[in-house]
Design a protein around this ligand. Sequence first.
Ligand code: ZN
Length: 386
Amino acid sequence: MKKCKSCLLPETYETIEFNKNGCNICEGASFKNKSIDWEKRKKELDKLIDKYRGKYSYDCIVPFSGGKDSTFTLYYLIKNYGIKPLVVRFNHGFMRKIVRENNENTFKKLGVDVIDFTPNWNVVKLLMKESFDRKTDFCWHCHTGIFSYPIRTALIHKVPLILWGETQSEITAYYQYEDEEIEFEDEKKFNMMRTLGITADDMYEMIKNKDKIDKRDLIPYTFPNVQELKGINYHSAALGNYIPWDYKKNTQLIVKELGWKVGETEGVPKDINIYGEKTECFMQGTRDYIKYLKRGYGRTAQINAFSLRKGEKSFDKSNEENNIYDGKKPHSLELFLEYMGMSEDEFNKTVLGMVIPPNDPSFNKNEFSKKLNDFEEWYREDNRKK
Ligand SMILES: [Zn+2]
């Protein structure tokens, strides 16, 4: 496969386009470093926060996934603006112990009100199965819920300002830093970025005959009515559009100031993932494994792409690590198959049907990645397997 000569991401990476210096994602990162007037952007943030401060039951909503980026966002807004936020955490069902502990610690230390929402697990499993079968992406429930639920909460509590953390332009070319439009989520972008083109209404039609399901079960995943949002003066923005986003510095700061503990991600050695990328979900290893089978790169390559762009790691070292660690079978796959009531052959068959050429995966390697030390704590459908 053809790969970017500066970050090593392959031609199968979503939205990638190669150019003479590397790729469009590398270009976006260097544009951000050089061309953005961050002082001006910061003043825009000051204005935005002033506009909403003190007028509603909360100054803003901070959607909270539990990872380093949302933790940093909350910390930054409270320390720098003394803001009174309502924190909304959508529980995707796979929160690891270290994340729950980090979150409790953060909420207590910062002193914030928190709404924690956990959707019906039986519905979640149906949604995972349907989106896996159709798109090999079982995270539909999380990627839609984590966005639509906080926006729904904004409506319920009449808190118009939502402040997200990192922008998407860090990782894809759907968004560009030079875009004048810095509003983060509207329905169109929501559908493009989050739902795999499957709206909650579509999803209901797909699963309604498969199990006992009520149309209301899909409400947490539904983008709210745009007129109602306009009615409360809804405004959604990402902190990463106003301040330079240095995920390493951000992580170091929350480690120091909040005692945030850096966890491990399945399939990536700790000395590569030193800043705790994607540690919040114990299904991450399976998600990354599917990506490897489909597109030929895994989490190690994604983390190393960041390090390469920042000049923190050599090309050869990254290449070597990507080849060694990516593509190993994760132990979380066993749980995924258990939840889905699926055999590994069925799993492989579905993934094979959606491989992105020219990637040509081998399904018979049977080399496992390291079992993480909290594996035994992960939820099992069959208690005897604990
Ligand atoms: Zn690149």
